[in-house]
Each structure stands twice: as C-alpha cells, then as structure tokens.
Design a protein around this ligand. Structure first.
Ligand code: MG
Length: 247
C-alpha cells in the first residue's frame, strides 16, 4: 500500500528534515582526524533532543544508537563505537528523526582529512547519482526512472551500486512502500504521483556491488573491501517537481 501525503503532512516531514540538516551542520563542524564515531553520535543525539524529536534508528529492530556511521568499506548500518577516524577515511552518516507523527531520513558521506583522488571521485559520483535520481522524481514518471538514472550514472563513471539494499517510501512509518532500488530498467514500476514521499539513497562502491553483513549483525561491508559512499534525501513529489525535504 502506497500512502500519498497531503501538503500539510509534507510540511511536517520538511520540518523534521530541517532537524537533520542541523545535525549534518553540527557534524561538519566537528568531524576531523582523531574524532571517534561515538562522539559524532553523541553530538547528533544532542541536536535531535534539543529539537524535541526522537532519533528514529535508536531501538529500531534493537539498533543501539541515533546514527549509523559507516567508514571506508562499510556501506551502511555501521555502529558508532570507539573507532577513531583517520586521515583519508570516508565516513557515511545516516540519520533518521521522528516528530509529530512523521519520519525524515537522510545520509551524507564526509571526507576525513585529505582523501585520494579516487575517493574524491567516489564522493562526487555518489552525490551526483542522488541528484540524477531526484531529478526523475516527477509526476508521470515511473519509479524505475529514478532507479535507472542512479545506476546508469554510476556505471558510466566506472563504479557500482549496491543492489541488496534499497531506498523506500517514508511518512508515518520509516519504511513504507514502494521500495526504491538504485538499479533497473526505466519506465517500469509504479507511476509517480503527487504526494508520494521517497527516501532516495544510492550506495555506491568503487569496486564490485557485492556486500555482506559483519558478525555484529548490522554493519554492511563491501565483499572486495573497496570504499563505499552513501547519500540520501527525503523527497516529495509535487506539482512543482521534486521537493527535497532534508536540505
Ligand atoms: Mg533510508
């Protein structure tokens, strides 16, 4: 069942998206060589609490923290722990908030200190792949147009997309229908309608697309241990085109 949202519901999600924006601003001020993953998590949890919202991931299927922090070959769902960030690392940070009955979800990947040319390109391609997907989030297009735009851009640039994890509808539930794959043919799947709200979230690997989950039951890493980047925004489909609710 796909739930379409009214403009007033979208406005609530946008307010929650503004909290995520504040979280990422706080992160960009403190993330540097020597910082621990869990210190980032504490800063984010504090921003969320000050905004009287709830960290959506904490307790979700037993997850222990407000953020998911995934370093280098970690794709998503990395647990904030005592790991110290080092020069040349990349750090994907995924945050969800819940307030006034609705969720918002976003992720950014940050560079720690100086990074290699290839890693620079990875961040650029993953960030732009999200833009390519958002650009297709328009009334009358089909879901596959988003998926195809993401995958074809990534492939063109010599990288791969993760296929076992996907984006999703979002609203009163964090994960609603439809699933939003980062791959597949265009012009297929459900037609995009006004009021559909989607979390679009390409996960892009330098090497092969295959991933596996570590023994902690959460952290997803690339099989070939190549670096992986993740960008995500919550986007509403409106009469005026895609409206990004998390920037
Ligand atoms: Mg998500």
């Amino acid at each position: 069942m796909i739930y379409l949202k009214s403009p007033s519901e979208i406005a609530i999600i946008k307010r929650n998206g503004a909290i995520l924006k504040s979280c990422f601003e706080a992160i960009s001020k403190m993330i540097e060589v020597g910082v621990k993953k869990k210190e980032i998590d504490e800063v984010v949890e504090d921003v969320i609490a000050k905004n009287k919202a709830r960290p959506a991931f904490k307790g979700f299927h037993g997850y222990p923290a407000a953020t998911r922090i995934s370093v280098n070959d970690e794709v998503v769902h990395g647990i904030p722990n005592g790991r110290v960030l080092e020069e040349g690392n990349i750090c994907g940070i995924d945050i969800g908030v819940y307030k006034d009955g609705y969720y918002a979800d976003a992720a950014r990947t940050f560079a720690v200190g100086g990074i290699s040319e290839q890693t620079h390109k990875l961040l650029d391609v993953a960030r732009t792949a999200l833009e390519k997907g958002i650009e297709k989030a328009r009334i009358g297009n089909r879901l596959g147009d988003i998926s195809h735009a993401v995958e074809s851009y990534v492939k063109r640039n010599g990288f791969s997309v993760v296929k076992t994890l996907v984006g999703h509808g979002i609203g009163q539930q964090m994960h609603e229908e439809p699933q939003v794959p980062n791959f597949g043919p265009p012009a297929q799947g459900p037609e995009l309608e006004e009021g559909l709200v989607l979390a679009i979230e390409p996960m892009v690997n330098v090497g092969k697309s295959d991933v596996y989950t570590l023994q902690d039951g959460w952290t997803v890493v690339t099989v070939d241990h190549s670096y992986s980047a993740h960008f995500e925004d919550t986007v509403a489909i409106t009469k005026d085109g895609p409206q990004i609710l998390t920037r």
